[in-house]
Design a protein around this ligand. Structure first.
Ligand SMILES: [Mn+2]
Length: 144
C-alpha cells in the first residue's frame, strides 16, 4: 500500500493527467506546494514501486496499477467532500479537512461513509432534520 505522501502524489498525478492529458514535475510541485526536487525523488520512488513510468525527458505515465489506485483516491476525496458538505461543514473548511483525514481512514470506514451519503441522498428530509439540529447547536453556541 502507498504511504499517505505517496497517495497525495498519485492522486495529483491522476488529476493532472485527467484534466490536462499530462503531468509534469513542475505541475505536480505547484499542485502540492512542494519543491520540484522533492517531486523528482518521489516520482522515482513511484516508478520503482510500479505506480508510474518516469522517463526524465518524456514525462510520466501511470501504470494500470497507478491508474486504478489514482481513480480510487480521487473518488475517496470526492466522497469525503460530499460527506462534509452533507453534514453542513462550511465550504471554506471542506478541502483542507478532507486533505487532513483522507489518508487516515480504513477503506471499511470510507465505504460506510459512502453508505451514509447514499442514505442522505435517498432521504433528503433527513438532511433537513440534521440542518435543524445544526441550527439549534449554532444558536446555543451563540448564547455562550
Ligand atoms: Mn485529496
Amino acid at each position: 500500500m502507498p504511504t499517505p505522501s505517496m497517495e497525495d502524489y498519485i492522486e495529483q498525478i491522476y488529476l493532472l493527467i485527467d484534466n490536462k492529458g499530462y503531468a509534469r514535475v513542475s505541475d505536480i510541485a505547484e499542485a502540492l506546494e512542494v519543491h520540484p526536487s522533492s517531486v523528482t525523488k518521489m516520482v522515482q520512488k513511484l516508478d520503482r514501486e510500479s505506480y508510474i513510468v518516469y522517463e526524465r525527458y518524456r514525462g510520466l505515465i501511470l501504470t494500470s496499477k497507478g491508474k486504478k489506485i489514482g481513480k480510487r483516491l480521487v473518488e475517496r476525496h470526492d466522497l469525503l467532500e460530499k460527506f462534509l458538505q452533507t453534514i453542513g461543514v462550511k465550504q471554506e473548511n471542506i478541502y483542507d479537512d478532507v486533505e487532513g483525514i483522507e489518508h487516515h481512514l480504513s477503506w471499511d470506514s470510507i465505504d460506510r461513509i459512502g453508505d451514509l451519503v447514499q442514505y442522505f441522498e435517498e432521504n433528503p428530509e433527513r438532511v433537513a432534520d440534521l440542518k435543524l439540529i445544526h441550527d439549534r447547536t449554532e444558536e446555543e453556541e451563540a448564547k455562550k
